[in-house]
Design a protein around this ligand. Structure first.
Ligand code: AMP
Ligand code: MN
Ligand code: MN
Ligand code: MN
Length: 303
């Protein structure tokens, strides 16, 4: 199972990525991805196209989403996989989450205007193909396009995060709600990019404990925003909390993302991959090693 090149985290134009699901599938194929999931923020609109494009290229596909959650005063991202994308409680829960984004974006625009940057709300909205998913990423791209910063990365050091102009606190889903939506729709969940949160060890322990108590199964161990020491730390945490390990690039855009689809290192050998939960469906898709082409049948996709 380790030998499967799985990339279970990326974003399309249905949220804050710059490529369509079809274009992402093509890049996944070029990157040697054998098991793929599109995980747009709080949105399932890209799922059908992603699955169809993946299957046409012979890539196994699992449905995916990245849910914004508020936990201990921070935003935490929870990945959901392998659920029924038409499940009513999941669909309704995500719609409720999206509804708050426009008001938040208006307030972000007002905050930036006070800091001497006018027109950011309208500008961000114009860059968001899905207006319900207007996000800080679209504000960041607007600030770069208008010469306020030279890169999206620079925007996030000077603006849009707590204590900086453009930051507006927001209440996202509760952890238990997000997990219930995904589990109720037949899926599994994983804590996304755990090293990104600024929790004390005690609060981090509480997050992992509550997540597991609610039936959460996985944690992203190898991902686009983890340094090697963080991969090692969260591999240990996965073992400590009896969680499965996930791997995902978190690819957003060719000129913004450090890691192309499918090019991350393999998971550390000591963890159990998250995709072992789909072992029966994936049987026969084992190996070739990451980066090597094909040899997979286009049937047997997982839901
Ligand atoms: P939002 O859901 O509107 O709060 O936007 C969150 C998104 O902003 C994340 O999913 C990332 O795509 C992006 N983001 C957050 N922090 C950074 C950062 N330091 N550098 C680049 N992008 C970031
Ligand atoms: Mn994003
Ligand atoms: Mn995230
Ligand atoms: Mn992401």
């Amino acid at each position: 199972m380790h030998l499967l090149n799985a990339d279970l985290h990326c974003h399309s134009t249905a949220s804050d990525g710059s490529l369509s699901p079809t274009a992402l599938a093509q890049r996944a194929h070029e990157g040697g991805v054998q098991l793929w999931s599109l995980t747009d923020h709080d949105e399932l609109a890209g799922q059908r196209e992603a699955r169809e494009a993946a299957e046409a290229l012979g890539i196994a596909y699992v449905s995916g989403v990245e849910i914004s959650v508020s936990f201990a005063g921070e935003t935490v991202h929870i990945l959901g996989f392998g659920f029924d994308p038409d499940h009513p409680a999941l669909v309704a829960g995500l719609a409720g989450l999206r509804a708050g984004r426009i008001t938040r974006a208006q307030e972000m625009g007002e905050s930036l205007a006070k800091a001497g940057i006018p027109g950011a709300y309208e500008g961000a909205l114009a860059l968001a193909p899905n207006p319900e998913l207007v996000s800080r990423t679209h504000f960041a791209r607007f600030l770069v396009e208008h010469g306020h910063c030279s890169s999206v990365h620079e925007v996030f050091t000077r603006f849009l995060k707590e204590g900086k102009p453009g930051f507006v606190p927001h209440r996202w889903a509760g952890l238990g709600d997000a997990l219930r939506w995904v589990h109720g729709a037949g899926g599994v969940t994983a804590i996304a990019h755990p090293a990104r949160y600024r929790f004390s060890p005690t609060v981090e322990f509480a997050l992992f404990g509550e997540f597991q108590a609610h039936g959460g199964r996985g944690v992203e161990v190898t991902c686009g925003s983890h340094f090697p020491d963080e991969v090692a730390k969260y591999a240990d945490m996965a073992l400590e909390f009896d969680l499965l390990a996930s791997r995902g690039s978190d690819f957003h855009a060719p000129d913004e993302s450090r890691v192309p689809l499918g090019s991350l290192p393999d998971l550390p050998g000591k963890v159990e991959p998250l995709w072992s939960v789909w072992a029966d469906t994936l049987a026969g898709r084992q190996a070739p090693r990451a980066g090597q082409p094909g040899a997979l049948a286009a049937d047997a996709a997982v839901s």
